[in-house]
Ligand binder design. Structure first.
Ligand SMILES: [Cu+2]
Length: 170
């Protein structure tokens, strides 16, 4: 297996796995530009070429930021309380009815109904718990809660107790 043939794949992988910030291109030393040229011409070895990339990373000329680290800081999801949510007829389910999220996701309920609602966590027997409890939310108001532990969370609206929803955290 030729490392040289795989260099473009390796470099592409770095670009995919990380968001790469190239600092000022003028900060790239001349000898590195030459190394890239020489590597393309086969004058220097693969190891020497990789060392130039290593140099760029170690000297913060190529700045790698892990996408995993940056995206886990702002996980978020939304549950809509839609028009018709107050009615007992079966329309107006929470959207989505069962929200599936990862730990540390901030969930925002948005009341888009013309009636006020609240969001009250419940145990599996329907008893209100103090995990998350919103005040009364008028039309357009919202409530946010961040789920820090896995589990299946039931909730309902105390004004319209037939209206139940689920958040599944894994
Ligand atoms: Cu309600």
């Amino acid at each position: 297996m030729s490392l040289k043939r795989n260099i473009p794949i390796i470099v592409l992988s770095i670009l995919v796995l990380f968001s790469v910030n190239f600092a000022n291109a003028e900060s790239i030393p001349e000898w590195i530009k030459n190394n890239a040229l020489w590597y393309g011409q086969g004058t220097i070895s693969e190891v020497e070429f990789l060392n130039t990339i290593k140099f760029l990373i170690e000297n913060d000329i190529i700045i790698l930021e892990s996408k995993d680290a940056s995206s886990s800081e702002n996980l978020s999801a939304t549950i809509i309380v839609p028009n018709g949510n107050s009615e007992v007829t079966g329309i107006g389910f929470y959207l989505p009815l069962n929200l599936e999220i990862s730990i540390d996701t901030a969930v925002t309920w948005i009341n888009e109904d013309s009636f006020s609602h609240n969001i009250q966590s419940q145990d599996e027997f329907g008893t209100v718990t103090d995990v998350f409890n919103s005040p009364s939310l008028a039309t357009g108001e919202q409530f946010e809660f961040t789920f820090e532990e896995d589990g299946i969370y039931n909730y309902y609206c105390s004004f319209h107790p037939w209206r139940v929803g689920l958040v599944t955290v894994t």
